[in-house]
Design a protein around this ligand. Structure first.
Ligand code: FE2
Length: 305
């Protein structure tokens, strides 16, 4: 079974690359590493990139990439996918070199259409990542946290099966009478979730999260967002499933981003069983908040890239 190291990077399509770079660098606090042919590479770790922006007139999710433990995992993944009828393509060296990644495979998850990429190494920068924003105190981002997608009702169960059986994701918690949310960890990464799915009417991006170091960073982030007139669409609050403190806000295209502090971690062996949680607002926010209707509303999933 495939063994993962971590969620490596997320690639988004954005309608105005300059505006989005400014937002993610100056307001969110990612570091812009380089612009290459209108593609922006940003980071929040020693990796060359953890967040990549592509210009497009259809804002949304382009790709989700995971770093696996070693090169052998790529062979295991390719075989496992093939058995499930999914072809994983190895990137030509010229393309993986452009991404500063080692051997890289790409495939489309058949139920959601999400493009996934797996790689075993990425260029490490000598300079440490230091969270910085324009003029004021930053929120201390420690790493890229998780990606969440809405999955249309008819495809949800098959998608969940695929993530568990083929991709070796482990479910940490479910919610719903008919499972409505599924929070998953990329085994054996200990984080409660690095990927999650929400049963919905259509398949689209729900949100992307950045993990932050301390509670102060949530409050500091909130003030910074307000000062810059960035819409806050949920929070601050506390999620029941992962026990994280959260703050959700919108990027320039209206895509939902999250600052998330603290998260339950699972041991590789003998982890607790997933819980089936009640599908109510208290599960989403123990502090009793309600998401704004703009929460998770924007973000087309690019097919076949
Ligand atoms: Fe989240």
């Amino acid at each position: 079974m495939i063994r993962y190291k971590k969620l490596g990077y997320v690639a988004l399509n954005v309608s105005n690359i300059e505006k989005s770079v400014e937002f993610y660098r100056d307001i969110v606090g990612l570091e812009l590493v380089e612009m290459k042919e209108d593609i922006a590479f940003l980071r929040c770790s020693p990796d060359h990139h953890n967040f990549v922006l592509y210009p497009s007139n259809r804002p949304g999710l382009k790709r989700v990439a995971f770093e696996v433990e070693d090169e052998k995992q790529l062979t295991i993944a390719t075989e496992k996918l093939k058995k499930a009828g999914v072809i994983a393509t190895e990137l030509a060296k010229a393309e993986s070199d452009t991404l500063y990644q080692g051997k890289t495979i790409r495939f489309f998850e058949p139920n959601t259409g999400v493009t996934f990429e797996l790689y075993n190494e990425i260029k490490q920068l000598n300079e440490p990542y230091i969270p910085k924003v324009k003029g004021v105190k930053p929120s201390k981002i420690t790493q890229l946290g998780h990606a969440v997608v809405d999955v249309e009702d008819a495809k949800f169960d098959d998608a969940l099966q695929f993530f568990m059986d083929v991709l070796n994701f482990k479910v940490s918690d479910f919610s719903g009478d008919k499972i409505g949310w599924s929070w998953m960890r990329a085994f054996p990464n200990p984080l409660h979730h690095t990927f999650a799915m929400v049963r919905g009417t259509e398949t689209k991006l729900n949100h992307i999260a950045f993990m932050i170091e301390d509670f102060d960073s949530i409050g500091i982030g909130r003030n910074r967002l307000i000062d810059n007139e960035i819409p806050i669409v949920f929070g601050p609050g506390r999620h029941k499933p992962s026990s994280s403190i959260f703050l959700y806000f919108l990027d320039p295209d209206g895509m939902t981003m999250e600052f998330s502090n603290g998260m339950e971690e699972f041991p590789e062996e003998n982890p607790r069983e997933p819980r089936l949680l009640e599908p109510n607002l208290e599960t989403l926010d123990l502090w009793g908040g309600t998401p704004d209707p703009r929460f998770g509303a924007i973000g087309e999933i690019e097919k076949g890239n």
